[in-house]
Write a protein that binds this ligand. Sequence first.
Ligand SMILES: [Zn+2]
Length: 336
Amino acid sequence: MKSFKTKIVLSATLALLMSFVFTINSFAANWPVLRQGARGHEVTAMQILLNWRGHSPGGTDGIFGPRTDAAVRNFQRSRRLTVDGAAGPNTLSNLVGTVRQGDRNEAVRAAQFLLRNKFGMNIAVDGVFGPQTRDATLAFQRAHGLSADGVIGPNTWRTLFGARARSIPMPQAQTPQPQTTQRNGTMVRYDRNNPNQLLIRSNGQTTPYFRVREVMCGPGNPNSSCNRSSCPRFFYIDSRLVDVLHATRGRVGPLIVTGPLRCTAHASTFSSGTGSFHARGLAVDVRSGNGSATLERIYDAAIASGAVGGATRHFTPRNDTYISRSGNFVHVAVRP
Ligand SMILES: [Zn+2]
């Protein structure tokens, strides 16, 4: 009798579970298959992602023409996927990358583009994953039965690409917008194709000391250990970080950036991973460029710099900059 009751309970539980699974499945969306001749928002998002991965499709016009076809094939070749020019589940899932609040890159821009243009959400398409993009992501995830964590990972990407277009209302602002003060620097976008471009400080002026090639990830920067052709063309650096580097350089002379910004693929080879400040444009490592300054002096100069405003081992409410010595370099970071 007991086992009969258990069986009833078990089958009821199973039925409940199955209906739950069925409910989830009813929201599930599959990756589309995009190939030459296709048009639409998914094609635009794919073109932005191809740019991000370093394979330019020539433009982001939503039209899958010959140049987009060549870019897809190049990407497929670089990932050892079947080279057929058709962007389906394998290609698209390799093309996307997980993005979350604090990230600034072209993958964020691609997701924002779909949220705005395919799902009618009133958000900026600026490549900066702020509170507004997070709120839109949460609403999108809830509307599609996804686990609502505000992070755009594989399932959310698949649904962004695969779900049918419809209008999803923006929620009332749930996350307060951060106060913008002079102390909060802005993320500045840089182009790897312009390696001699000067870095811009938070006052809007360039620094004569540092250029794009010194901080970018990948080939062209002798201080970067990343050799990937997939390094993104565009990357972002916090102008407060540039302020600190500039002021420190003014005190101790030439500096070499030994730990430049990292692309997603490169960052994942470090234990700190893609959450690393180096992957988010918030930190670099430096040492003396001509051996004239000891690490001790660089450290002290960074602390003494007005832009730093005093440094401690950790961020404090009054302190946006974090400096540490490690091995043969000084690590400089700014608050996210
Ligand atoms: Zn890289």
